[in-house]
Design a protein around this ligand. Structure first.
Ligand SMILES: Cc1cc2nc3c(=O)[nH]c(=O)nc-3n(C[C@H](O)[C@H](O)[C@H](O)COP(=O)(O)OP(=O)(O)OC[C@H]3O[C@@H](n4cnc5c(N)ncnc54)[C@H](O)[C@@H]3O)c2cc1C
Length: 432
């Protein structure tokens, strides 16, 4: 349904009548509305949203910033794969936004944004409409589950967890591994890129292999990757798997990890616990299906997603949608050229976006962006690897500056220390 004003009213007409009593607000709706000055509304208080809200207030404290997040506790994904091997707890990845909001004068609303009206410049929450001068969407990803035959978005993840949003799904997968018999088979399927966190699946393979080696040594993990080969840090992952888990690139059936590229999941059967790629069928005791992904639903509803219904095209300097005026999209949901879909990138995009929104609202010249990204991956309890890059805008595209980054030379204990330290900094930046 195209989102014009009439359709928006049809969609939200009932909700606008809801009273203000008892709605889960920190700031009451009366405080938030009406819009008396210049207001930016941010939807999603994750890696991108929390940072854009904070940096907008730092760039210009006269701009009112309203941050809307549906979850009271934000559970960050980086290092959540370590939970599967018992090397970290989800509590260590969990933050709340109250301190950040109080310190920077951000109006924090805990609610679900159910609609965006780009014509009236309003978003809908349970108590009514909140108007904006500019809107920033950082809502993360949802799944293109309809591309997998037999996949039911409500039921399948309860049997075959994706664990691609850290939280109960991570714990479900961890518990399934704990309950599996020694000698069992774990099956993992990886979607075609682009998806959230390019090296994430391969870190997960490593963490599951570590868990099996230590606890269920007769077991193995079989991986079907829709991509031709490992999407990120391929040589380092293969080296680490060979060193620690008996991986043989010429015959991967030998070790704990059996990896197959060019193997795209077509069908699941939760009753039979099988997956099918159109050529062969595989049975697993534990099945981790990571579905193909798209920008989260609210970006679609706002009209900011490309006709292929996947990601949001944006101006690479301002992160303003090229499809909808005054709506900016950052983080995993947007197309940011060579930048990967990572927390580090979302954090970097948020800062550029905040600064350029503040400058545009004050009639100042925009700044040319420069971004940094580093992605760490654990391969064992002690060793990790990393890939880094520096990016700039060139002729409307975000490109990696040649020779600006690269891979860590080898697996190393120091990289693992850097990874934990980076995570501590990222979470500190989101909470202070
Ligand atoms: C297993 C795994 C490991 C990873 N490891 C790393 C790593 O090591 N390093 C790294 O840099 N990245 C890593 N990532 C990627 C990283 O988690 C994402 O790239 C990052 O979280 C993207 O930030 P975002 O702001 O786009 O989305 P998110 O951080 O997911 O935030 C989106 C927020 O929006 C909220 N939201 C969505 N819709 C609405 C709505 N309608 N109303 C209100 N709120 C809404 C959600 O509740 C959520 O809190 C990993 C990801 C996974 C899955």
């Amino acid at each position: 349904m195209p989102m014009n004003r009439r359709n928006f009213i049809k969609l939200v007409g009932v909700a606008t009548g809801v009273g203000l009593v008892g709605v889960p607000y920190i700031s009451s709706a009366a405080e938030i509305m009406p819009n008396k000055g210049r207001r930016v509304v941010v939807v999603g208080g994750g890696s991108g949203g929390a940072i854009v809200a904070k940096y907008l207030r730092m760039a210009d404290p006269s701009i009112e910033v309203v941050l809307i997040e549906r979850e009271k506790n934000y559970i960050a994904c980086p290092l959540s794969n370590l939970v599967l091997a018992g090397l970290r707890t989800l509590e260590e990845n969990t933050i709340t936004l109250g301190g950040l909001a109080a310190k920077h004068g951000i109006k924090l609303v805990y609610d679900d944004v159910t609609a965006v009206d780009p014509v009236a410049k309003q978003v809908m929450v349970s108590a009514g409409a909140i108007s904006y001068d500019r809107l920033v969407l950082s809502p993360g990803v949802d799944y293109r589950f309809e591309e997998i035959e037999g996949y039911d978005m409500a039921k399948t993840p309860e049997i075959m967890p994706h664990a691609w949003k850290a939280g109960p799904q991570t714990l479900l997968l961890k518990n399934q591994l704990a309950q599996m018999k020694d000698g069992g088979t774990v099956v993992m399927t990886i979607p075609q890129a682009p998806y959230r966190c390019p090296p994430g699946p391969y870190e997960r393979i490593s963490m599951i292999a570590l868990y099996l080696q230590r606890n269920k040594p007769k077991s193995k993990i079989i991986v079907w990757d829709a991509n031709e080969t490992i999407v990120a840090k391929a040589a380092l992952f293969k080296k680490g798997w060979a060193k620690h888990y008996g991986y043989d690139d010429k015959d991967s059936t030998k070790g704990i990890i059996e990896y197959h590229g060019n193997s795209k999941l077509a069908k699941v059967d939760v009753a039979a616990m099988t997956v099918d790629n159109g050529v062969e069928m595989l049975k697993g005791d534990v099945i981790n299906v990571i579905p193909p992904q798209r920008a989260s639903a609210i970006a679609q509803q706002a009209g900011a997603v490309n006709p292929d219904k996947r990601w949001c095209p944006v101006n690479q300097i301002t992160f303003e949608s090229t499809l909808v005026k005054d709506i900016h999209v950052i983080g995993d949901a947007c197309i940011a050229g060579a930048l990967p879909k990572s927390t580090y990138a979302a954090n970097s995009e948020a800062k550029v976006c905040a600064l350029n929104i503040a400058r545009a609202m004050n009639g100042k010249e925009l700044i040319a962006p420069s971004h940094v990204n580093v992605c760490y991956s654990y391969l064992t309890d002690k060793e990790a690897v990393s890939v880094s890059g520096i990016y700039k805008e060139a002729e409307g595209k975000t490109i990696a500056i040649p020779n600006s980054g690269g891979l860590s030379p080898d697996l190393s204990e120091l990289e693992a220390v850097y990874a934990r330290s980076w995570m501590q900094n990222i979470l500190a930046e989101m909470t202070t």
